[in-house]
Write a protein that binds this ligand. Structure first.
Ligand code: KIV
Ligand code: ZN
Length: 518
């Protein structure tokens, strides 16, 4: 295949669907819309917005994304079941370009143990589902789930049948992240080679990162002819996550000498998307993460710094600006007005859906600008993530917090929170000021939720930086992440705790696509 025949690599982002399957990463409709708009601005080709049958909330979210996104294709996931496909078709009605992605497991272990179906029945079900999807759209993707552990002959059989039935994209998932790059690439190459009608569909890959191979496996398949990669921002996703979009895209861009295809993305939007997703989900990005980690473009050693100053290419293979990383710039200050605030957020891909939301975020900005004179993009992103653009509809809000911490004394905290408008005060001692503050909140709310994670990161540098706190709570099988940011980390912690509690008390359970019946 020459580059000119087949030179476009389709980027299919599944942050809003597989990414959302990470424990605690559940997103609201408004959050999904914000991320979808940022992905569209980055010129992602396909956005998988959710699994419409999972819950009424997920249906509404897919529908809303389908209605607002105009330039990217919007996709909804459906098991190979009539009810799933009809629901996905309904959710995608308003899309400029909509895709139904239907799947059924094809590995011996999944067919026998999970589906309890014979291979012939699985093929029949797949054909029937693709045909039904064709009543709603001619853009149909089919995935043989657990293809990475399926028999190649059986894959050839089912894929040929679904292409005949109308599937236009064939996605090969390494569902459990079991494959190694050489073998996975050659599997995809063999399928394209052997399946007689393979030229009628685009071959795609969807790799999980259980052995840390998701990106390598995906790229190996691209070298063997795959022309769509399914990936997520920051590598978010089920268990160890999916292939990271930013790594796939920058590898293909940076190593054009090795790939026969290129991506159509505006890579300068990568950092904005990464921060947005991290802020909304509460999954921090590790500092040494490729492309988007805080240290990805930092040169610590003197020899490296000296080399980079003489010639950037001595130690840098990519330009920081190409992924949208600019040196920390003061963007706003205490005298900035509403318009400047709104315009800067617009440039960061953040829009407000009502005046009330804007006012709410703007008053938080003013409070912050009083405490911290230099406001950076990162501060704005944290502020909006934490405010969640729907602070106004939250059950619990922090009204006031007083903590006493002194050498030789037990720290204590007095907190007042508003619970649906009614103010209540709680007092507690603790091992430290944060512990005392969270115990004081718990003395009012009595959630009995289990604290699974507490972490603090500085948003920018300097001792006046805001601390961003992530708190993960689990209650009755539901896991949520709460975020809070403030120049005072005790206040940030209290906000993060309340943010998590608000999610616990409002989240509705969702069905999981890969569990359950067919
Ligand atoms: O990992 C997987 O197999 C999936 C499918 C639904 C494509 O997420
Ligand atoms: Zn997956």
């Amino acid at each position: 295949m020459s580059k000119s025949d087949n030179d476009r690599l389709i980027i299919f982002d599944t942050t809003l669907r597989d990414g959302e399957q990470s424990p605690g990463a559940s997103m609201t409709k408004e959050e999904k819309i914000r991320i979808a708009k940022a992905l569209e601005k980055m010129r992602v080709d396909v956005i998988e917005a959710g699994f419409p049958i999972a819950s009424p909330g997920d249906f509404e979210a897919v529908k809303a994304v389908a209605n607002v996104v105009k330039d990217s294709t919007v996709c909804g996931l459906a098991r190979a079941l009539d009810k799933d496909i009809e629901r996905a078709g309904e959710a995608l009605k308003g899309a400029n370009s909509g895709r139904i992605h239907t799947f059924i497991a094809t590995s011996p272990i999944h067919m026998q143990e999970k589906l309890r179906m014979q291979p012939d029945q699985v093929v029949e079900q797949a054909i029937k589902s693709v045909r039904l999807a064709g009543k709603f759209t001619d853009n149909i993707e089919f995935s043989p789930e657990d293809a990475g552990r399926s028999e190649t002959d059986f894959l050839c059989r089912i894929i040929e049948a679904v292409i005949d039935a109308g599937a236009t994209t064939i996605n090969i998932p390494d569902t459990v992240g079991y494959n190694l790059p050489h073998r996975f690439g050659s599997l995809v190459g063999e399928l394209i080679e052997r399946i007689p009608n393979s030229d009628k569909a685009i071959f795609s890959v969807h790799c999980h990162n259980d052995l840390g191979m998701a990106v390598a496996n995906s790229l190996s398949a691209v070298m063997q002819g795959a022309r769509q990669v399914e990936c997520t921002i920051n590598g978010l996703g089920e268990r160890a996550g999916n292939a990271a979009l930013e790594e796939i895209v920058m590898a293909v861009r940076t190593r054009q000498d090795m790939f026969e295809c290129d991506v159509g993305l505006d890579t300068t939007q990568i950092m904005t998307c990464s921060r947005l997703v991290s802020g909304i989900t509460g999954f921090p990005v590790q500092p040494n993460k490729a492309i988007v980690g805080a240290n990805a473009f930092a040169h610590e050693s003197g020899i490296h710094q000296d080399g980079v100053l003489k010639s950037r290419e001595t130690y840098e293979i990519m330009r920081a600006q190409d992924v949208g990383l600019t040196a920390n710039k003061i963007v706003l200050g205490k005298h900035s007005g509403r318009n400047a605030f709104k315009t800067r957020l617009h440039d960061l891909g953040i829009e407000f859906s009502s005046e009330e939301e804007l006012n709410n975020a703007f008053s938080r900005f003013k409070e912050l600008a009083d405490k911290k004179h230099e406001i950076f993009d990162e501060d704005l992103q944290a502020l909006v993530s934490e405010t969640n653009l729907c602070d106004i509809c939250e059950k619990f809000k922090l009204v006031s917090l007083k903590v006493c911490s002194e050498t030789g004394e037990t720290p204590n905290a007095t907190v007042t929170i508003s619970d649906d408008g009614a103010e209540t005060q709680g007092v507690s001692e603790g091992g430290g000021p944060v512990d005392a503050a969270l115990k004081a909140i718990e003395s009012i709310v009595s959630s009995n939720a289990d604290l699974q994670l507490y972490s603090v990161n500085n948003i920018t540098s300097g001792t006046d930086s805001q601390g961003e706190v992530t708190i993960r709570l689990s209650k009755e099988g539901r896991i949520v992440n709460g975020l809070g940011a403030d120049t005072d980390i005790v206040i940030a912690s209290a906000r993060a705790y309340l943010n998590a509690l608000n999610k616990i008390y409002s989240a509705t359970p969702k069905a999981h696509p890969q569990l359950g019946d067919v």
